[in-house]
Design a protein around this ligand. Structure first.
Ligand code: ATP
Length: 215
């Protein structure tokens, strides 16, 4: 099956777009959700993080205190790299495991939502990358409203992420989710992309099936 990465800046509408792909029958995996799941007690990633960062990053219940961990890595690139070196392979392995469990015959493509896809250098892992785009002012308005964060906080996150123009250039296709985009227009864009991806998957499959042996 084709592996389709779905990315975009904070609050651009990745979850919304992923939901529309799912409504058309595409399996959707979310790297952030998997990451959160793997960081709960009982998972190898949880144990590895506690081992590396010590019990100071646990809360009273023995769960990872995400705020404490965030402050540990915030000002120290070496600590951030150490965390990423644990997280990235674990999330990647979980994605592979879940993709392998999907029925190949009836799944032309799967969507994998990865917010920091280009930042992590993951683009080579996908056959196609869709970028969800909206204006930074809209990101700020949506995230302040959704999460109750301050504008300054959201601006700092946007600043720390990849420049939106660069992200758009690096993607294979774009879905616009701006103020001007109506619900119907958004659904249409997803339906159009779904049709192209299904066609691409058929071509991909017949190439693989008709490949001469030993190539
Ligand atoms: P994050 O990067 O934080 O995970 P995301 O890219 O997945 O966010 P969503 O959660 O889909 O983005 O959308 C962010 C917020 O903006 C949500 O509250 C959502 O309901 C709202 N939203 C999404 N698209 C629009 C739109 N076109 N108009 C108004 N609000 C929108």
């Amino acid at each position: 099956m084709l592996r389709v990465g779905l990315t975009g800046g904070i609050g651009c509408g990745k979850s919304r777009v992923a939901g529309l792909f799912a409504s058309l029958g595409a399996p959707v995996l979310d790297a952030d959700t998997l990451n959160r799941e793997l960081q709960t007690p009982g998972h190898d990633l949880y144990a590895a993080i506690v081992d590396r960062f010590g019990p100071g990053i646990l809360d009273a219940r023995g769960h990872l205190d995400r705020g404490a961990l965030r402050s540990r890595i915030f000002a120290d690139p070496a600590e951030r790299q150490a965390l990423e070196a644990l997280v990235h392979p674990a999330v990647e392995a979980a994605i592979e495991q879940r993709l392998a469990a999907l029925p190949e015959e009836t799944t032309p493509y799967a969507v994998i939502v990865v917010p920091l896809l280009f930042e992590a250098g993951w683009e080579t892992r996908f056959d196609h990358v869709v970028v969800v785009h909206c204006e930074p002012s809209e990101q700020i308005a949506r995230v302040t409203q959704r999460d109750g964060r301050s504008s300054a906080e959201v601006e700092a996150i946007i600043e720390a992420q990849m420049n939106p123009d660069e992200r758009r250039l690096r993607g294979d296709s774009e879905i616009r989710n701006t103020e001007q985009t109506t619900d119907a227009e958004l659904a249409n864009q997803v339906a159009e992309r779904d049709a192209v991806l299904r066609k691409q998957a058929t071509t991909h499959r017949s190439r693989v099936e008709n490949r001469p042996p030993n190539t």
